[in-house]
Every structure is written in structure tokens, then in C-alpha cells.
Write a protein that binds this ligand. Structure first.
Ligand SMILES: Cc1cc2nc3c(=O)[nH]c(=O)nc-3n(C[C@H](O)[C@H](O)[C@H](O)COP(=O)(O)O)c2cc1C
Length: 302
């Protein structure tokens, strides 16, 4: 029988779709809504140790083919986020806790807190391109990445996922660092560093000047990143970037992803996007004789 069930490093999901970090995942209620609309799991907004306001407005530019955002990691801090986690976990949501920090000790502390709050896995944001001192600034150095992942692995028992940046020529080295440090999966990709300028005002549109590009424009970059990582890694890969339809998701899986995340498309298509993608994927698998996601993972390499 054809099945969409997946097991990603011990994380068992009813289907391979997840809500990507930062989109409709800031409250317990929104996480419940996402799960009810068909997502297999929900990755939380990236959470830090202390409350953070993020960048000033405008923080988002809407383009024909995606968004450029420079939110700047606004979040209520781990203590306040506990209430939202409690609501989501009590309702049975499979929550993957996304965290960001500026050093390995803080990453470990946050991961432990997420585990205590009921997160089924943690996702390390090593890839945000628009928050000084965090994310991509650490995630482009394979040595730093290895130290952070190793430290977090020592601190928690739940699976540890590392979310990688495409803004590097060393993606495969960084993926290898995650694997060598005992990381359970990599998530690829976060947004591409980008900017937009208003001709009328002759100024960058975003208050932060630059931000991260997401949506359909980045899908070919994400598919290539997953394809490259699959050729060097044994740990699972979770694909993300520009997925709006079942065809996009199948591309990622055939490139080597064991599961996938959807972000910007929730803004364009609404929460029903998860059901649409999963139904379309199931029909495709039946037509083409794939009995599981595992059967389809990486077939483009053969
Ligand atoms: C408004 C917005 C906020 C985001 N916030 C986060 C975040 O807090 N942490 C993170 O790791 N990624 C964040 N991302 C990146 C997404 O999780 C995802 O990696 C990226 O948008 C590519 O996927 P998509 O094209 O499906 O949106 C954010 C993206 C957007 C558009």
C-alpha cells in the first residue's frame, strides 16, 4: 500500500510535510491550526534566550516570485514561549523547536529547554542571513558548526537538526561537519541574502537594507543544495525553499530529501497547501509505483 508516513532520524510523522520556521508558528493556536490543516510537523519560529524585537519596518518586500524578509528574529524569548509550547504539545502537535544563539553554550541551554517543553526535535538556526551575530554568520564556518552541533548533541536526547544556509560555497563541508558532530539531519535551505531598491525613493526598501529571499525563486537553489548534500551525507536531509505544489515537493525528494518544509506558500495559498501537496504526491506515487517516500528519496541520482 502506498504510504506517506516517514521516519526522519527517529521522528515518526504521518506525512513528510512540515511548517518551515517563521511562518504561522508563533503561538500554540497557530501551531494547532497548521497541524489540523495537514502538516506532519510544525517547526517553531526561531527562539532565543531573551525577548527580541527584531528589525524596524518595513521587514517584508513582496515580489512576483517570493518574498524578501528581514524580520531580524523577533521572538518572545524561551521563557515566555513555554506557554505556547504547552498549548501545542498538549493538543498533540509534533513540534520541532527552532532555536538561535550566539555561542554553543546558549544553543545547548535552549535545546535543553525545548526538550523539557516537549519538543520532538530541535532545529538549530545556523542560517538566518539578516541578524547580526547569529544564524548565517556562524553557519558558514564548518568548525563553528561542528562545535555547536556536538555541544547540543551532548545536551539533549531528541533528534538534532541543523538548518543550513545556501549563502556559501562550502555547503558540503558544513553538511559534513553536522554529520561528524553527530547531528541527526540537515535542513536545507534558509533564505538567500537579497535586497530590493525603490527607484522612486532611491533607497533600499527594507529598513535593514538587505534580507532573505524565499518562495518560488529559490526552489532551484534549494533542490541543487539538497542534491549536493545527498551525494556526500548519510544522515537525512529535510528540503525547504520555494515549495508550493506536490511537484516541487517531489523534486526535493528525488534530489535526496526525506521530508520537506513549506513556508512562503502558506502566505500565498493558505493553510490548505499541506493537504493539496500531500494528496497530489500520493496520487503521483500511486501512478508511478512508489510505495513510500523512502522509495522515492534520491532517485534522481541513479
Ligand atoms: C517571514 C519569514 C520568517 C522566517 N523566519 C525564520 C526563522 O525564524 N527561522 C528560520 O530558521 N527560518 C526562517 N525563515 C526561513 C524559512 O523557514 C525557509 O527556510 C525559507 O523561507 C525558504 O522556504 P520557503 O520558500 O518555503 O519560504 C523565515 C522565512 C520567512 C519568509
Amino acid at each position: 500500500m502506498t504510504s506517506l508516513k516517514v521516519n526522519v532520524s527517529g521522528l515518526r510523522l504521518k506525512n513528510p510535510s512540515m511548517v518551515a520556521s517563521g511562518i504561522m508558528d508563533e503561538t500554540g493556536d497557530s501551531m494547532i491550526k497548521m497541524m489540523e490543516s495537514g502538516a506532519g510537523a510544525v517547526v517553531t519560529k526561531s527562539i532565543g534566550l531573551e525577548p527580541k524585537d527584531g528589525h524596524g519596518n518595513p521587514t517584508l518586500v513582496e515580489l512576483d516570485y517570493g518574498y524578501i524578509n528581514a524580520m531580524g528574529l523577533p521572538n518572545p524569548g524561551i521563557d515566555a514561549f513555554g506557554e505556547e509550547m504547552e498549548v501545542a504539545v498538549r493538543a498533540g502537535v509534533t513540534v520541532i523547536g527552532s532555536i538561535f544563539a550566539s555561542c554553543e553554550g546558549d544553543f545547548s541551554l535552549l535545546a535543553g529547554r525545548m526538550e523539557d517543553m516537549g519538543a520532538a526535535a530541535v532545529e538549530l538556526n545556523l542560517s538566518c542571513p539578516h541578524a547580526s551575530g547569529y544564524g548565517m554568520e556562524m553557519g558558514i564556518d564548518p568548525v563553528v558548526v561542528k562545535a555547536i552541533v556536538a555541544s547540543v548533541k551532548d545536551s539533549v536526547r531528541v533528534p538534532v537538526f541543523a538548518k543550513l544556509t545556501p549563502n556559501t560555497h562550502r555547503l558540503m563541508d558544513i553538511g559534513n561537519s553536522v554529520q561528524e558532530a553527530g547531528g541527526d539531519a540537515v535542513v536545507a535551505i534558509n533564505t538567500l541574502k537579497a535586497m530590493a531598491i525603490s527607484p522612486e525613493s532611491a533607497r533600499p526598501i527594507l529598513r535593514n537594507r538587505f534580507g532573505g529571499l524565499s518562495g518560488p525563486a529559490v526552489k532551484p537553489v534549494g533542490v541543487r543544495a539538497v542534491f549536493d548534500l545527498y551525494s556526500v551525507l548519510d544522515i537525512p536531509i529535510i528540503g525547504v525553499g520555494g515549495i508550493t505544489s506536490w511537484r516541487d515537493a517531489v523534486e526535493y525528494i528525488m534530489a535526496g530529501a526525506s521530508a520537506f518544509q513549506v513556508g512562503s506558500a502558506i502566505g500565498h495559498k493558505g493553510v490548505q497547501v499541506f493537504g493539496e501537496i500531500c494528496d497530489g504526491m500520493l496520487a503521483f506515487m500511486r501512478d508511478y509505483g512508489y510505495s513510500s517516500i523512502h522509495d522515492m528519496t534520491g532517485v534522481a541520482h541513479e
